[in-house]
Design a protein around this ligand. Sequence first.
Ligand code: GDP
Ligand code: K
Ligand code: MG
Length: 278
Amino acid sequence: ADELIVAIAGNPNSGKTSIFNQLTGTKQHVGNWPGVTVEKKEGYLNYKDLSLKIVDLPGIYSLGAYSEDELIAKDFLLSKGTDLVINVVDATNLERNLYLTTQLLEMGVQLILVLNMYDEVSKKNFNIDIEKLSDFLGVPVVRTIATKGKGINNLVARAVEEFRKDMAINFKIDYGNDIEREIAEIKAILDSNPGINRDYNTRYLAVGILEQDEHIIKEIEKEITNYSINRIRKSLESIETETGEESDALIVEKKYAFIHGLVNDVLKFPLINRNEIS
Ligand code: GDP
Ligand code: K
Ligand code: MG
């Protein structure tokens, strides 16, 4: 039978390991990520005719490459070994948690969004419009209370359903004319470069270059010609002359603005109906 590789990604303390434990029970194996002392947890779950291998990734706030944990998570996701990402977020802190979500979606991985800690949401007397959130992001959204095992069966069913659809993720943040022009320019350079792995989402890589993501830049510099590198540098410079701002600051600003608008749209005060989680 096919083995599905499922990665659990999310911020530290969002409940990833609690979800992992609920999914895998005693079928777990703990080791280390290659070359580092960071703990790697893998576990197994059988669902219908599928065998799922579940990997608990280190907790991260973004897919930058600033820490060992970020590099591990990012390398794993970019290696294309992952069939599906379970993105666990602390539902009481959507705005901070969704930053990583937008990066995962831009990367183009198939994803199910898990709003964990939903007991705390109910306690705080607000609600989240999950249908609207799901429509905006173009991925399934489920609620869980990992410590009580609530919502886990539904999560598995929806995750597998999403995997079986096998639809391309087509999530885009509109970064505005100035930046979109440079994204298109850099993407065209990458697309026409035979050294770039065809599996990669080149819009994601282009945004990463504009974010001045050192890991992405290093990887790309290995694969493309000096001529292309110089053209990319010109693109970066032209944003800075046109806008008077650094491209990475502009990208981050736009991402936060997008998330802020999204969160304002999906948060409901006060709690009107308490949706039971089955
Ligand atoms: P990780 O860092 O993402 O792996 O998060 P953990 O699974 O270690 O959980 C962090 C803390 O949140 C632990 O104290 C958990 O017991 C707690 N926790 C996890 N899920 C829930 C939940 O749904 N509701 C509540 N109230 N606490 C949770
Ligand atoms: K923890
Ligand atoms: Mg953990």
